[in-house]
Write a protein that binds this ligand. Structure first.
Ligand code: HPA
Ligand code: ZN
Length: 375
């Protein structure tokens, strides 16, 4: 028999919103820093990933990036990142962001970065069967010309594993229209397009991403709910939202997951799938994201299945790959559901859909889940 939490950890998963640099194990960050003589703010590995705001977070994110120097560093960190996803959440497929300019501006050649990442993801596929594709992210605080040049360099070093362009960084000060040119160039050259939007900025940013940048998916998207028109449009057009419970709970002030906007997005009929964003930096993993959100919101197996299969539909796979993944995931979901014990949301008595003891994070908690340590 499976407990509901074990079931949530073990359902097969697609992840479409996960930043490579935010998946580096703290222990690897410390090790690489030592090797490359990068000074760290603390000697204590367990305290490396401590911050309160998106701006502090982004500083540490850049510091992690600064310890990735040679191709082997990128390969090692990418391999470990996928190994963790497989072990902790039965990750089967990921489209993973990376921020090229955080590396190239330090003099790391684009080829070192891309080739190293692909070494790591190829080894992980060979060892664990997990597949991974790459999305180069525009860093919003860069100049538009820097972003455009990044896209040019990505296209020069393009390999089949690199399939898309995305955008991250602090959203409020740098809205998406700044990067129309970079997106048009990427789109003309066949890269798929997505962008972080409405993390901490108005719903209009989604309209800009869809209409001016040509985005197919929206990463985060929570403030969409502030505009009934944009919400209706996204629902009608079947836009997929790649949502991240813990990271936004921590940084954007929805510490109680039972009140996270994901609940109302689902309620409004939007297509939502779940992701870990920056798992090591947020002391989470893709298994925890399902466990925390679904227990906090009392979601039963039907909604879990919807999240999982939305990931399959939203992935940038070809039709044959998607059909194969859909049927394999459906068979695995059926088998796991058959193993479940009776104690799960939707079967318990009483109106409460809140978390049972120990099933949800403490408000604002960023401490590592038990058993994971500071890895
Ligand atoms: N938002 C903005 N910038 C980021 C994120 C995010 O979710 N993750 C890494 N950089
Ligand atoms: Zn993100």
């Amino acid at each position: 028999m499976l407990t509901y939490e074990e079931y949530l950890r073990r359902v097969p998963k697609v992840e479409l919103h996960c930043h490579f640099e935010g998946t580096v194990r703290a222990s690897t960050f410390a090790d690489l820093a030592r090797r490359h003589n990068v000074e760290l703010p603390t000697e204590e590995v367990g305290k490396l990933y401590e911050y309160d705001t998106i701006y502090e977070f982004l500083k540490i994110f850049a510091m992690v990036s600064s310890t990735l120097i040679v191709r082997e560093d990128f390969a090692r960190a990418a391999y470990e990142s996928l190994a963790d996803g497989v072990e902790l959440g039965n990750l089967r497929y990921r489209e993973m962001f990376f921020n090229p300019t955080l590396h190239t501006r330090r003099g790391i050649p684009m080829a070192t970065c891309i080739d190293g990442l692909i070494d790591g993801i190829s080894d992980a596929e060979a060892d664990f069967g997990v597949r991974c594709r790459l999305i180069a992210d525009v860093y919003r605080q860069d100049d538009p010309a820097v972003a455009r040049q990044m896209v040019e360099e990505v296209l020069e070093h393009r390999r089949p594993e690199l399939i898309g362009l995305g955008m991250d960084g602090a959203e409020a000060p740098d809205p998406p229209e700044k990067f129309v040119e970079a997106y048009r160039l990427a789109g003309r050259n066949g890269l798929r397009l997505t962008s972080h939007a409405c993390e901490d900025a108005p719903a209009q940013n989604i309209v800009t991403c869809l209409d001016q940048l040509g985005c197919e998916r929206i990463d985060h998207g929570y403030h969409v709910l502030e505009s009934p028109d944009v919400t209706a449009r996204c629902r009608d057009e079947g836009i997929y939202f790649t949502c991240c419970p813990t990271s936004t709970a921590v940084v954007y002030g929805w510490p109680d997951l039972s009140a996270h906007p994901i609940k109302d997005m689902v309620g409004a009929g939007l297509r939502v799938m779940l992701n870990s964003d920056d798992p090591t930096m947020f002391h989470t993993d893709i298994g925890q994201e399902y466990m925390r959100l679904c227990t906090a919101l009392g979601y039963g197996t039907d909604q879990v299945r919807k999240f999982v299969l939305a990931g399959v539909e939203a992935a940038w796979l070809d039709d044959g790959e998607r059909a194969a993944m859909r049927s394999s995931f459906t068979a695995q979901l059926d088998a796991l559901e058959a193993e479940l014990d009776g104690d799960r949301p939707g079967t318990a008595p009483g109106p409460g859909t809140g978390p049972g003891p120990g099933t949800a994070p403490e408000p604002g908690a960023v401490s590592p889940p038990s058993g994971r340590g500071a890895a």
